[in-house]
Design a protein around this ligand. Structure first.
Ligand SMILES: [Fe+2]
Ligand SMILES: [Fe+2]
Length: 292
């Protein structure tokens, strides 16, 4: 449900709406234009020197596994492609908006949160390539949806700390999933906060709807395929122990999502086999973006 006027006033009283840096918004607005060239993308990224340095570091990391060295942003755009650079910039800017030094809660570990988010992104991307024959997914869009799916939680931790803490305690004591505890104790959840947060982010609607409905894909009238993909990737993270901190219950599985995507038990097994590699990749990504 959309967040109430009262909650909106409360959040806005505490915090200015965290806005996505212009470089990410600008990139998202040009990326789908067929006339956009790699030098246009390199120009936008190149305006931000610290971002450019991180893009180069990530492009040369084992996360992408490119055998030769990438020496310029233009080079990175040509080798990795426009969409990958767009995803990279979006991820890097979102990580920067929520630095780990703001951590104040023992019940919510920021590093585990980001590793879970990255794992969810990678699983969503893997599933997207696996079920491509049934529904056409853009794997980079799937990665973004997975990476950002729980962004509302980090906003709650930073700006609505006491509320979030109450919900986390309630979830632990009653052994229920976090979003259920949020709804029953607060009357809203991190998905409502994500809806508010991303109002002006110009995200593609498929990604924004995934942030809003990943716990209940049936509630969306559009883009149920990518929302279901994100829902399953999140559920798989819990089922396979992909870096979830705390003793939280897995979200409930929506069986319709499995059917809609025509996923088979062997796909789940394939994910489990991939886990060690994927876990390593998430750590590499995290270390690069956090300058470790
Ligand atoms: Fe969630
Ligand atoms: Fe999640």
């Amino acid at each position: 449900m959309p967040i109430s006027e009262q909650l909106r006033d409360r959040i806005e009283h505490f915090a200015n709406l965290p806005t996505l840096p212009q470089v990410a918004t600008r990139l998202m607005s040009i990326i789908n234009n067929p006339l956009t060239s790699s030098s246009d993308v390199a120009f936008v990224v190149g305006q931000d020197l610290s971002l450019s340095a991180k893009v180069l570091r990530l492009a040369n990391s084992a996360f992408y596994g490119i055998p030769r060295s990438i020496t310029s942003i233009n080079n990175a755009v040509v080798i990795l492609g426009l969409k990958v650079i767009n995803t990279m910039v979006l991820s890097l800017t979102v990580f920067d908006m929520f630095p780990d030094d703001k951590q104040t809660s023992a019940l919510f570990d920021r590093k585990s949160f980001w590793l879970h988010s990255l794992s969810c992104g990678l699983i969503a991307k893997f599933l997207a390539t696996r079920i491509r024959k049934v529904i056409l997914f853009d794997p980079e869009e799937a990665f973004c949806a997975g990476l950002l799916h729980d962004i509302g939680k980090v906003v709650m931790e930073q700006y609505l700390h006491d509320d979030f803490h109450d919900a986390l305690e309630h979830a632990t004591i009653n052994k229920i999933p976090i979003y259920q505890a949020e709804n029953s104790t607060l009357g809203y959840s991190h998905t409502d906060i994500a809806e508010w947060l991303t109002t002006s982010w110009s995200l593609p609607s498929e990604i924004r709807l995934s942030l809003m409905y990943h716990h209940d894909p049936q509630r969306s009238v559009q883009s149920q395929d990518i929302i279901s993909l994100c829902h399953l990737a999140d559920w798989l993270c819990y089922k396979t122990g992909m870096v979830i901190s705390g003793d939280y219950e897995a979200p409930e599985l929506d069986e319709n999502a499995m059917q809609l995507l025509k996923l088979l038990p062997e796909d789940i097994e394939a994910i489990k086999e991939l886990l060690p590699v994927e876990l390593e990749k998430t750590s590499i990504f995290y270390d690069v973006v956090r300058n470790k």
